[in-house]
Design a protein around this ligand. Sequence first.
Ligand SMILES: CC(C)=CCC/C(C)=C/CC/C(C)=C/CC/C(C)=C/COP(=O)(O)OP(=O)(O)O
Ligand SMILES: O=P(O)(O)OC[C@@H](O)CO
Ligand SMILES: [Mg+2]
Length: 247
Amino acid sequence: MQVEAHLQKIIDQEGKVHLTLIDPASQTPERAAEIALAAVKGGTDAIMIGGSTGASGTLLDETVIKIKEKVDVPTILFPGSSAGLSRYADAVFFMSLLNSRDLGYVITNQVLGAPLVYQSQIEPISMAYLIVEPGGTVGWVGDAKLIPRKKPELAAVYALAGKYLGMHYTYLEAGSGADKPINPEMIGAVKKVLGENKLIVGGGIRDAEAAKLCVSAGADMIVTGTVLEEARDVTAKVADLVSAIKR
Ligand SMILES: CC(C)=CCC/C(C)=C/CC/C(C)=C/CC/C(C)=C/COP(=O)(O)OP(=O)(O)O
Ligand SMILES: O=P(O)(O)OC[C@@H](O)CO
Ligand SMILES: [Mg+2]
């Protein structure tokens, strides 16, 4: 419970959490560690490590190791498959893509990955992963039956089912690089049924205004990946996002 408890403490004390997503396939492990350090200086709370393609093996392990050498915040795996696990990370979003048509993303990758989590010190954080239009690469790879943007009630019933199945977190995903983030109506409808369970929102969040809209609507945590990969000054960009969401 260490990482999950740590994030809960931040929510209790500061209201909201900012997560930085680093894709091991996008840069060298050394550069990934520099980005992570810059993000921590800007006030990010944890580093998520994963990608829908190519985030596995030595590249993944090296990326986790280098990041851990540079920063003290938790490292949380965000695996695209059982190959997205690394024994060097602190925790893993142990997620099921509830709206996938492919059983592989609902349960089989989790079964194949479970022994490594059992044998290592990685903390599993149970999570319902829901992909909403447009869904991006992850929607395609995960064979998701995309939740329409204008159907918040569909997202809410998926989230409720995830909660009743015992999942602690729900992640509403618009897809990496989405043209718009998840809308406030959907975030509000999902948070309403989740109650104290945690809601993560990601995909297409590019600026402080968008981040603020998401948390005001009910997101407990926001994830940014693409804007930080593209930022010239990662520390300043993260600081801007963080100041918009924390109380
Ligand atoms: C819990 C275990 C062992 C596996 C879970 C397996 C599941 C459910 C995967 C869901 C589908 C999937 C492909 C998820 C990938 C998550 C992810 C890292 C997405 C975003 O990464 P980016 O790197 O920003 O996106 P691109 O790769 O599209 O650039
Ligand atoms: O790259 P962005 O658009 O920030 O999306 C982050 C995350 O939700 C992708 O899984
Ligand atoms: Mg990527």
